[in-house]
Design a binder for this molecule. Structure first.
Ligand code: RTP
Ligand code: MG
Length: 147
């Protein structure tokens, strides 16, 4: 079963959107297997966003990501990476399709509420950065038989 790392960024936590965002993935039929509220160190933020090092938005992105608590999660399901990226919407809120999280709630390209892994390799790398293996809960979600 495919897994992805999702993280509600500091703007989403501050705006009280954790429940709204988590509810969208629950109602889709995906399975939450780990979650925690946490503060990210600059070192962890730099490892998480290493692919963007050197880009113009890198320094402000690290500053933003470390500016307050985030809500980190691991979700599981068939095609969960592509499905969650589709529900999240494009990086720039102007380009995100109506009905996506970023279109419905974000205004800015940087303050775009949530991160989602973009490939299986990145999902595995990011999950390992944020969670210990024993924090990933193995259980059956019976509704997934019907979805
Ligand atoms: P994420 O990694 O956070 O899920 O977002 P993404 O794949 O949609 O976008 P990505 O290209 O990976 O960029 C990572 C985050 O950097 C900020 N950003 N700012 N031009 C800009 O000012 C700019 N471009 C990107 C956003 O917070 C973006 O989500
Ligand atoms: Mg990305």
């Amino acid at each position: 079963m495919e897994r992805t790392f999702l993280m509600i960024k500091p703007d989403g936590v501050q705006r009280g959107l954790i429940g709204e965002i988590v509810g969208r993935f629950e109602r889709k039929g995906l399975k939450l297997i780990a979650s925690k509220m946490m503060l990210i160190s600059p070192e962890l933020a730099e490892r998480h966003y290493a692919e963007h090092k050197g880009k113009s938005f890198y320094e402000p992105l690290i500053e933003f990501t470390t500016s307050g608590p985030v809500f980190a999660m691991v979700w599981e399901g068939d095609n969960v990476i592509a499905l969650t990226r589709a529900l999240i919407g494009k990086t720039d809120a102007v380009e995100a399709l109506p009905g996506t999280i970023r279109s419905d709630y974000a205004v800015h390209t940087r303050f775009n509420l949530i991160h989602g892994s973009d490939s299986i390799d990145n999902a595995e790398r990011e999950i390992a950065l944020f969670f210990a293996p024993e924090q990933l809960i193995d259980y059956e979600l019976t509704i997934q038989r019907w979805i």
